[in-house]
Design a protein around this ligand. Structure first.
Ligand SMILES: [Zn+2]
Length: 145
């Protein structure tokens, strides 16, 4: 099946029940930093723009995405196609991954180095190659333009 068809297929079937997987694709607009009247998710610590509101992935509307890390700390996640203003570790790992089939790297704000979330990349070919899970507690939605 062609890749485009797989994407469309994945989008139609919202995950139900188990860990929801986002079904998105990258916006590929050259002026995506400037465009529109959408809000931005910004770093809660320094206000740096991280992800536009319309980059948020539909994760199946199963309620909040809450995951615990191995230390027992809970995070509510906001999944987006990608971020600007984020720096991610060089090495990805599948250890303790929250999304089966995806390796993760920890990410920080390039403005203030606060932890903002994690980048996830597929370990095998599939419809969805990568996405970013922002920690809701680390970002604020800003509409002031
Ligand atoms: Zn910051």
């Amino acid at each position: 099946m062609p890749a485009a068809g797989m994407l469309a297929d994945a989008r139609r079937r919202a995950p139900a029940g188990s860990a929801p997987l986002p079904t998105g694709e990258h916006a590929q607009s050259g002026d995506e930093l400037e465009a529109g009247n959408k809000g931005w998710y910004v770093c809660a610590a320094c206000g740096r723009r991280l992800a536009r509101e319309d980059w948020v992935l539909d994760a199946g509307s199963q309620g909040p995405l809450v995951f615990a890390n191995p230390h027992g700390r809970f995070f509510e996640l906001l999944l987006v196609t990608h971020v600007v203003g984020g720096a991610f570790d060089q090495h990805a790992t599948t250890e303790f991954t929250w999304f089966s089939g995806f390796a993760w790297r920890i990410g920080t704000c390039v403005g203030c180095r606060s932890h903002i979330g994690w980048h996830f990349e597929a370990t095998h070919a599939g419809a969805l190659r990568e996405f970013v899970a922002l920690s809701r507690g680390a970002v604020t939605l800003s509409r002031s333009e």
